[in-house]
Design a protein around this ligand. Structure first.
Ligand code: THU
Length: 160
């Protein structure tokens, strides 16, 4: 038997103003997208902004449904929008923000497990890392260099 240690690394920023200009702009786009979320059931609004290698920015937000599991997360709305409008154009960055109508979200909100898997499909195919930056409504911001930092031992098409 052998123990394997898996390490992950992230950068923690105290304020939005500590991000570079490009990341601040993407976060502002994600905030605007978040404000347009359709989340009447959870009252938890999420916004996402993607930067593509052709410099186009794609945004998305969560879209809920009265039949709860039929809803969709902001991150997957955004990446599938990118995949459908700009197939095979690489994604450089994904920026996420979340705010609740019921309390102040002051911790960074990372993508859910299903979104991590969906993002992984894109990162695996494009063979270049997707930087992921996430925050709540206020407070600290986390940045990881690649989806791999959020999803070790991941599953991909090489197994099939
Ligand atoms: N949600 C997202 O949009 N992204 C995530 O990564 C986590 C959860 C949405 C789904 C649902 O509309 C609401 O947040 C509460 O789960």
């Amino acid at each position: 038997m052998k123990k394997i240690n898996v390490t992950t690394s992230a950068v923690l920023y105290d304020n939005l103003s500590d991000l570079n200009q490009e990341d601040q702009k993407l976060m502002n786009d994600a905030i605007e997208a978040r404000k347009k979320a359709y989340a009447p059931y959870s009252k938890f609004n999420v916004g996402a902004a993607l930067l593509l290698e052709n410099d186009i920015i794609i945004t998305g937000n969560n879209q809920e449904n009265a039949a709860y599991p039929s809803g969709m997360c902001a991150e997957r709305v955004a990446i599938w929008k990118a995949g459908s409008e700009y197939p095979r154009v690489k994604i450089k960055k994904l920026v996420i923000t979340a705010a609740s109508l019921e309390y102040t979200v002051d911790k960074p909100v990372g993508p859910c497990g299903a979104c991590r898997q969906a993002i992984h499909e894109f990162e695996f195919n494009q063979k270049e890392p997707i930087e992921i930056i996430f925050m709540g409504e206020v407070g600290k911001i986390i940045k990881v260099e690649s989806l791999v930092s959020l999803l070790p031992f991941s599953f991909d098409s090489s197994f099939l």
